[in-house]
Write a protein that binds this ligand. Structure first.
Ligand code: NIG
Ligand code: FE
Length: 416
């Protein structure tokens, strides 16, 4: 039996029941074979514990410990960055104008199709490891830069392979409906036919991804097209997600409620009445403040969503276009500083609610018995340090299944 004891921790964690964040000033975690055996005040965890049973003991010296972050919405599997496009956006050209003129997502499609497996894998792992060093121990990664059957299947295989080659838990999502590929420009219905008749059956037979996501947006997929795609995906056993009302309110949030989607993402422009429909159907709102930041758009109305009783999760949206960040602490700080979320709400958004948005809350998202011993040690006393110490990573070390997976060393050399 391999028990590990982590003590001297100021633990902050949401709990599966009760909708609150629990904290222990002097807390401890006992892990057995990578899973949490006991967590709580140090004296309780230590009670009846045979020292001989503990193979390793780590004292965190009063530092804050939170659950490993769960990033439930990313597009971090790609080949090339789009820095030139970022410069164009800074000069005033809009994200959707760039996509409409054949750039944006379509430029990532061209580079991915031309890239070797090794190149794509290297970029994906680099993104996920950067995320890990910022505390992300579970990440969702979408396909959607292939946009033909062979390339989408290849992406999903590479996403799974990345997950096998790094410590992070990786959850893949099929997003063949990310844009209309140039072969189908002027014939969006032709592409929807391909998705429904060929791509969804093939991808589900070969890769069996748990989720399907659609970019339901003006100039991309309409509400009826999104409905058709998602209904086909559901028939093939996938759970549903929708990029809804990111730029224009097209009613994507209402579609998410109608179809009983697991989550609706973005929601910057969503109407109140449609958010209420989401609340009554239990659809999770996944908010992506780093995207609003990068697109210089008003943030989603998190307070209204919370008042409506929605479960609010947070994610990076990490992608080469609208939001290139791997950092959940950055997302946390935007949520607290610019969306009026409390520290407790933002912490739950980055952990337990994020895990719910990818149906992974049975094994991650909070520090509770029988969940994976995934946690982050912060260079502060409370989770607020992530917003307080702006622009600086607060992460000292990251534990995945009870093992130290990433640790910051004092590797700066100051040259006088
Ligand atoms: O969530 N909106 C669509 N997809 C991504 C952007 C992907 C890209 O620009 O490459 C998003 O913002
Ligand atoms: Fe996205």
């Amino acid at each position: 039996m391999t028990m590990k004891l982590f003590r001297g921790a100021r633990i902050y964690t949401p709990l599966a029941t009760g909708n609150r964040v629990m904290s222990w000033e002097k807390g401890a975690i006992l892990a057995r074979n990578g899973f949490i055996e006991k967590v709580g005040p140090e004296e309780e965890v230590l009670r009846d514990l045979e020292p001989a049973m503990v193979e390793q003991e780590v004292n965190f010296g009063g530092r804050c410990v939170v659950p490993g972050f769960v990033d439930p919405h990313t597009h971090m599997c790609f080949s090339e960055l789009r820095e030139q496009e970022f410069a164009l956006r800074l000069s005033g050209v809009s994200y959707m104008e760039i996509l409409a003129s054949g750039g944006g997502i379509l430029s990532s499609v061209r580079s991915l199709r031309a890239a070797s497996d090794e190149k794509i894998l290297e970029r994906t792992k680099k993104n996920a490891l950067t995320a890990l060093s910022h505390g992300t121990t579970t990440v969702e990664i979408k396909s959607g830069y292939g946009l033909d059957t062979a390339s989408e299947t290849r992406m999903l295989r590479l996403i799974e392979r990345a997950g096998r080659e790094i410590p992070t838990t990786v959850i893949p999502t099929f997003m063949g409906a990310h844009a209309i590929p140039s072969e189908f420009s002027g014939d969006p219905e032709g592409y929807v036919d391909l998705l429904v008749r060929e791509m969804i059956p093939a991808v589900s037979a070969e890769c069996d991804p748990p989720f399907c996501d659609v970019f339901c947006e003006e100039g991309v997929f309409t509400v009826p097209q999104s409905r058709r795609i998602l209904e086909a995906a559901r028939k093939h056993g996938m759970k549903l997600k929708i990029h809804a009302d990111e730029v224009v309110d097209t009613g994507g949030a209402a579609l998410a409620a109608e179809l009983g989607a697991v989550s609706a993402e973005h929601l910057l422009a969503a109407r109140g009445e449609n958010l209420a429909k989401m609340a009554s159907e239990g659809v999770i709102a996944v908010l992506l403040p780093a995207t609003a930041f990068s697109l210089r758009k008003p943030y989603a109305d998190a307070r209204k969503m919370l008042e409506l009783g929605l479960t609010v999760a947070l994610a990076t949206d990490c992608n080469p276009g609208s939001s290139f960040t791997q950092s959940m602490p950055f997302v946390f700080s935007l949520a607290v500083m610019n969306m009026g979320m409390t520290v407790e709400e933002a912490l739950a958004g980055c952990t337990l609610n994020a895990a719910k948005a990818i149906e992974s809350d049975h094994f991650c998202g909070s520090l509770e018995k029988n969940k994976m011993a995934d946690f982050v040690v912060l260079d502060g006393e409370t989770p607020a340090i992530m917003a307080y110490n702006s622009g600086v990573s607060p992460v000292l070390s990251v534990y995945k299944r009870g093992e130290c997976a990433a640790q910051r060393l004092d590797d700066w050399r100051f040259c006088r």
